[in-house]
Write a protein that binds this ligand. Structure first.
Ligand SMILES: NC(=O)c1ccc[n+]([C@@H]2O[C@H](COP(=O)([O-])OP(=O)(O)OC[C@H]3O[C@@H](n4cnc5c(N)ncnc54)[C@H](OP(=O)(O)O)[C@@H]3O)[C@@H](O)[C@H]2O)c1
Length: 295
């Protein structure tokens, strides 16, 4: 198959990651179609993924070669108390796995580092998951649902940063706003994170979707993450420095969160590397220095 002929459907294309994935697919010359729900504008197709009939009709009509499934409820606190979130994170990947099978499309399911308990990093893709919160559990169940389709792939990701249209889309939006205003802020100094840019993730997802042309679809579990370890506290210190902010940043050395979070979910990218996918990541400070200059 000529990779430039691939038609890709991106779910959650109005979201923080999906927007970057759709834009990367278009930049690389693929025929890309974005799906959204409450924020369907600018050419995105409006489909409620919880409506199985509408979703099935849409996939049948579009007949994509590849579906990149980004839509989900990503806020751990929201997943703790919502049955709707469970449906979105577990039932929808099951539906898409069946639809991909029926229409001979390649499904890539976007997952999270939160499938691990964070007690014995680094984690390989084949290491045993043990999620600590309902979000991690729902995403793990979503992985199982997606992989019921033997040709599907899972891509696990760490904390993401990138361009936003609304500061509420990412924790970095609120942090940058506080730092710009000079406000005092408290920051998590105990949870080890590996923040990765949505642009780098988008490149990897499109590389995976184009892999069929050279090597066949990559099926099974993959992981992508920067190997640069930062805590929320050290991220804030870096952003404070770039912004020239006068904010006082107070390190929190224990959790004050209602949701249990893993301490260190560093993920190996070996499986992707062995598949020949470029796993380079933009350094955190470099991306933010460039990005904040353009605001
Ligand atoms: N953000 C992170 O740091 C992070 C880290 C690791 C993994 N992930 C994973 O990456 C993926 C993308 O996350 P994100 O940060 O881009 O999330 P997001 O910004 O909250 O976007 C969620 C997307 O899902 C769509 N959606 C929600 N309910 C829907 C429904 N019923 N029908 C159709 N679409 C629906 C939303 O559409 P509307 O807005 O149009 O309603 C939106 O486009 C998720 O699978 C998440 O688990 C994210």
């Amino acid at each position: 198959m000529d990779s430039s002929n691939i038609k890709v459907v991106v779910t959650g294309a109005s979201g923080f990651l999906g927007r970057a994935v759709l834009s990367e697919a278009q930049r690389r010359g693929l025929h890309a179609v974005g799906m959204a729900h409450t924020r369907a504008s600018g050419g995105l197709a409006q489909v409620d993924l919880l409506d199985a009939q509408a979703t099935g009709d849409f996939i049948a009509r579009e007949a994509p070669q590849c579906i990149i499934h980004c839509a989900a409820e990503k806020r751990p606190a929201a997943v703790e108390h919502s049955t709707q979130a469970h449906r979105l994170n577990v039932e929808v990947p099951a539906l898409l796995a069946r639809l991909a099978q029926t229409h001979n499309a390649y499904l890539i399911y976007v997952s999270t580092e939160y499938v691990f308990d964070g007690t014995s990093p680094p984690y390989e893709a084949h290491d045993a998951p043990n999620p600590l919160n309902k979000y991690g559990l729902s995403k793990l169940q979503g992985e199982h649902a997606a992989l019921a389709n033997a040709g599907a792939a899972v891509l696990r990701l760490p904390l993401l940063y990138g361009r936003t249209v609304d500061p509420a889309e990412s924790q970095f939006g609120a942090l940058v706003q506080k730092l710009c205003s000079g406000a005092r802020l408290e920051a998590n100094a105990w949870q080890k994170r590996y923040p990765t840019s949505t642009e780098d993730v988008a490149r990897v997802l499109i590389d995976m979707s184009m892999s069929a042309a050279s090597a066949g679809w990559l099926s099974g579990i993959y992981q992508f993450a920067s190997q640069e370890m930062l805590t929320q506290y050290t991220m804030c210190e870096a952003l404070k420095d770039i912004l020239g902010s006068a904010s006082e940043i107070v390190p929190l050395t224990h959790s004050v969160d209602s949701v249990v979070r893993p301490e260190d979910t560093r993920m190996s990218v070996r499986a992707l590397e062995e598949a020949g996918i470029n796993v380079q990541c933009t350094p955190f400070r470099q991306w933010w220095t460039t990005h904040l200059q353009t605001l």
